[in-house]
Design a protein around this ligand. Structure first.
Ligand SMILES: [Zn+2]
Ligand SMILES: [Zn+2]
Length: 189
């Protein structure tokens, strides 16, 4: 018997990421190639970069019936959009990830983290999501030698010119004065 917590939510066959395995017929060894273009799910990314919602994700998949379930393997390609971690300019690129997931017919064979089929349906979105999040760059940059922003005034250093600098003494005085004022306030309390 499927445990209640895992199978109470049935998959929606109309959801683009829900794929039917009907033609595999649960016959081990049966295989099917599948190329698909699907809209990217929402909220797929980290702080600086991600796959835009509804962007075209190109999937090249192999579905194979095995004893315990259906093995899905293949690749997914998706566009990325975000901002440079150094200068905050827009960044766009592509990502390609490998997908591999065994969807079990029954949770008797599966452990808690494994994916299950819902009848003949499987949901590829969590697999795709996990693969993308692992592959995203933590600090995307617009180009490898991006100089970033001036820490003093925030101007983009690539545009500011090589002789851009600030009088450091002023900045130090400003922060010292801040400290003194704060201490005075503490004493008054
Ligand atoms: Zn940059
Ligand atoms: Zn500056």
């Amino acid at each position: 018997m499927p445990s209640e917590s895992r199978m109470t939510q049935h998959l929606d066959p109309r959801s683009p990421w829900v794929i039917s395995t009907h033609d595999l017929g649960k016959r081990p060894g049966t295989m099917r190639r599948l190329t698909l273009t699907l809209p990217a799910p929402a909220d797929l990314g980290v702080d600086m970069i991600g796959v835009p919602k509804d962007a075209e994700v190109e999937l090249d998949l192999r579905l194979e019936a095995v004893m315990e379930g259906v093995l899905v393997s293949g690749t997914a390609q998706a566009p990325l959009a975000g901002e440079c971690a150094r200068c905050l300019d827009p960044v766009s690129s592509d990502i390609e990830v490998d997908l591999q997931e065994l969807f079990f017919y029954s949770d008797e064979d599966a452990s808690e983290d494994d994916s299950l089929l819902d009848g003949e349906l499987l949901d590829l979105e969590p697999t795709f999501r996990d693969a993308v999040v692992l592959a995203l760059p933590l600090s995307p940059v617009c180009r490898d030698d991006c100089e970033g922003l001036c820490v003093e005034c925030g101007i983009k250093l690539a545009e500011a010119g090589a002789d851009h600098r600030h009088e450091k003494i002023d900045a130090r005085w400003a922060s010292l004065q801040g400290l003194i004022t704060e201490n005075d306030n503490d004493q008054e309390k």
